[in-house]
Design a protein around this ligand. Structure first.
Ligand code: NAP
Length: 496
């Protein structure tokens, strides 16, 4: 098929670990004309944007990193956020990715031109560029959610969303409020509680919190990891296997592994029992949904803060925000100087996809997903979207670590582009039949997961989309996913 000229062979949107992984894979394939467009002013994705106090990984660092680029020098088992940002910089340098990156470029839309066989990508500065292949690596948790409480704009104090942290912000002498009790809040609240005069934590839905086994990695161990990479590899295998049991098997095979799931909930309850003195507070902090419905979190310091005299747990519904505080549904007014929004992200309304993407025959990806069912073949390609790879798709997240997700997708890219090279073609599109089969399998596999076989009714989990379907996780063992990404039937695609 005749193909028109392009500005770039590949445009990747997003310079986080996903976009960098795709960039590394394309470079391995010998593609040199790659543009990585990033809306922020630097690389690193979530690890560039988030820098609130207490930020750290919640997947031990031996696992939460590329397997092909281990970092022997993590300072702790769970590295602090700043180390992840440095690791991202290291990867960009090691794989010579920086020269492909353009910062402050906000992609607004992209559409497929079937005659010319190329994508046109439009950016907020009014310009556009063309590419043979489009890859979106815009993250799952990248569109901050800011609740629209009545009176929000009248608040006289400071409002800080956790994704727009003001470094060095001094809570000393202030009456702070944190809205939200997700993984971010669990890390941040103990830090604010240290210095704030008063801290009120607004909890709508409690979260399961288990102990965090964390410690500094001694220098000699780091040196062993540096000299004997197999030692770190072994540590990765052990840690990854444990996580696979907890975060993947336990969640996906809830029906079969219910006692294990209940044991995890018991561990979290015991952890709380040992840390929170007041029984009423413990009751309020206890979730009423199954472990795993919502991504559980790890902390040794979160529960304890509720024993502090300056910390108050508020479970009343927020009715409105007034210039100097928050009013709850029963009319109580809580005075607040600084309002911290640990209110997370909007996934399903604005992030799938993160900008308008129009494929063949005018199919609008976001509309198609929302009006029908969220779906993507192997969590990476979509029928009627030729030459398009969407890394943050329905059913793409491995459930274990974002890095296992990315590395599976890198295998997929390698196999797909290897086949195109063999055939001497430049266009691919997944077939409707292959996509439908994958969706059917994912739907079936999810039946025994905690999302459907358990009780998630009160969880308000972002794993569920607006139709009530849990379409974020790929319902497979991680090893199965990695295997399938590298061995999918080549006939699942049409090539031209
Ligand atoms: P989140 O889990 O979505 O939590 C948002 C919180 O804000 C929830 O408690 C939510 O309550 C509350 N909220 C939202 N709108 C509200 C409203 N209108 N009124 C009252 N409360 C409201 O977001 P997150 O804590 O930022 O974490 C998101 C994900 O990021 C995590 O699950 C994790 O995967 C990742 N993360 C990882 C790390 C790490 O360790 N590396 C750290 C932070 C985050 P409801 O539950 O009732 O909706």
């Amino acid at each position: 098929m005749a193909e028109g000229p392009v500005d770039h062979e590949v445009v990747i949107v997003g310079a986080g670990f996903g976009g960098m992984g795709a960039g590394i894979e394309f470079k391995r394939l010998g593609v040199v004309d790659i543009a990585i467009l990033e809306r922020e002013d630097d690389l690193g994705g979530t690890w560039h944007v988030n820098h609130y106090p207490g930020l750290a990984v919640d997947i031990a660092s031996v696992t939460y990193s590329y397997s092909f680029e281990p970092n022997p020098f993590w300072s702790r088992l769970f590295a602090p956020g700043a180390e992840l940002k440095r690791y991202a910089e290291h990867v960009a340098d090691a794989y010579d990715l920086r020269r492909h990156m353009e910062f402050g470029v906000v992609v607004e839309s992209a559409e497929w031109d079937d005659d010319a066989g190329r994508w046109t990508v439009h950016t907020a500065d009014g310009s556009s560029r063309t590419a043979r292949y489009l890859v979106t690596a815009t993250g799952f948790l990248s569109q901050p959610h800011t609740p629209d409480f009545p009176g929000m704009d009248t608040f006289a104090g400071d409002v800080i969303h956790t994704t727009a942290w003001r470094d060095g912000y001094d809570f000393g002498g202030r009456r702070a409020a944190v809205i939200g009790t997700g993984a971010t809040a669990v890390q941040l609240i103990p830090e604010i509680a240290r210095t704030a005069r008063e801290l009120t934590v607004f909890q709508r839905t409690p979260i399961w919190v288990v102990p965090k086994v964390d410690f500094p990695i001694p220098r000699p161990v780091q040196q062993i990891f540096a000299r004997i990479p197999a030692a770190q590899k072994a540590a990765r295998v052990v840690n990854t296997s444990l996580l696979e049991m907890l975060m993947v098997f336990g969640v996906l095979h809830y029906k079969q592994a219910k006692p294990g799931n209940q044991l995890a909930a018991l561990l979290a309850k015991t952890h709380m029992r040992l840390q929170v003195r007041d029984a009423a507070t413990r009751r309020a902090l206890t979730p009423h949904y199954d472990f795993g419905c919502k991504r559980p979190t790890f902390s040794n310091t979160y529960f304890r803060v509720f024993n502090q005299r300056n910390v108050h747990l508020e479970t009343g519904t927020i009715e409105s925000v007034v210039p100097n505080g928050i009013v709850t549904a029963d009319g109580t007014r809580i005075d607040v100087d600084t309002l911290v929004l640990a209110t997370g992200f909007n996934l399903w309304d604005v992030n799938f996809p993160a900008f308008t993407i129009i494929g063949r025959d005018g199919r609008d990806l976001g509309k198609w997903w929302r009006d029908g069912r969220f779906q993507a073949y192997e969590g990476i390609t979509v029928p009627k979207f030729p030459n398009f790879l969407t890394l943050n798709s329905p059913y793409s997240y491995s459930g274990l670590s974002y890095f296992t997700t990315i590395e599976g997708q890198m295998k997929h890219i390698a196999r797909l582009f290897g086949e195109m090279r063999r055939r001497g073609t430049s266009r691919f599109e997944v077939t409707e039949a292959a996509n439908a089969k994958f969706l059917e399998r994912a739907t079936k596999n999810l039946e025994s997961s905690v999302f459907y076989a358990g009780d998630c009714s009160t969880s308000r989990s972002y794993y569920f989309n607006q139709h009530g379907e849990a379409t974020l996780l790929r319902p497979n063992a991680t090893l199965t996913t990695l295997h399938e990404q590298g061995s999918f039937p080549l006939g699942d695609y049409e090539y031209a």
